[in-house]
Design a protein around this ligand. Structure first.
Ligand code: SIN
Ligand code: FE2
Length: 222
């Protein structure tokens, strides 16, 4: 009876929620790896510190960012792009830790995208008051690969919309260890994060950390 209860709780914790054709929320999928992921984020941030980048319109983003992997996503007055070098240091971004790659691959496969090999991981740090406006991920030349997005720390309301900005959005509460995957017909769906509320999550410094895995290199290259 108790065993039944636990297995039921386990499966609820790990439940998969289909959001759209090609999009899935994997509840708790990164929960077990979270301490290792957060330790790796600290190491990456020691080499490539979080910074609030400028938008092409010369505004400062409220979300602080860093990257790991062969390519890093950067924003500045010239626009958005991927770069093998951290513009703040002129050095390569830190390598993507094995625990990151394995989790991203496993989550992508669980959502129906086997063989995902990310070469870029954007690390977003949201402090209370930070938000990310509705946008599409479209700076990657190979839109055949999915996006894998891992939530750690404080919960946030994720907005998941349609292929047009004006379409209605679904509000999803993303908790520590939740993973959202979108690809295929959902790859260009609009998404964003509502203003983060205050909360306690000392392991992440009372912030939310998001890891966004992408294949940002040219099509065909793995
Ligand atoms: C992003 O769209 O780059 C991040 C999404 C999130 O923080 O959940
Ligand atoms: Fe995005």
């Amino acid at each position: 009876m108790i065993d039944d209860l636990f297995s039921r709780l386990d499966s609820e914790d790990q439940r998969r929620e289909i959001l759209a054709d090609g999009a899935m929320l994997l509840h708790g999928c990164a929960h077990a790896q979270a301490p290792a992921l957060l330790a790796a984020v600290d190491e990456i941030a020691a080499a490539a510190p979080f910074r609030r980048m400028q938008t092409p319109g010369a505004l400062r983003m409220s979300v602080a960012m860093s990257n790991c992997g062969a390519l890093g996503w950067i924003s500045g007055r010239q626009g958005y792009r991927y770069s093998p070098l951290d513009p703040d240091s002129g050095r390569q971004w830190p390598a993507m830790p094995a625990v990151f790659c394995e989790l991203a691959q496993k989550a992508a496969a669980a959502a129906g995208f086997p063989g995902f090999t990310p070469d870029a991981c954007l690390i977003n740090r949201y402090e209370p008051g930070s938000k990310l406006s509705l946008h599409q991920d479209k700076d990657e030349p190979d839109l055949g690969a999915p996006i894998v997005s891992v939530s750690l720390g404080l919960p946030a309301v994720f907005l998941f919309g349609g292929l047009q900005r004006k379409e209605p959005t679904t509000r999803l509460l993303l908790a520590h260890g939740d993973v959202v995957v979108w690809g295929g017909p959902a790859r260009r769906r609009y998404h964003g994060v509502q203003t983060l509320k205050q909360g306690l999550f000392p392991e992440t410094g009372n912030c939310r950390i998001n890891l966004t895995f992408r294949k940002a290199g040219p099509p065909g290259r793995q």
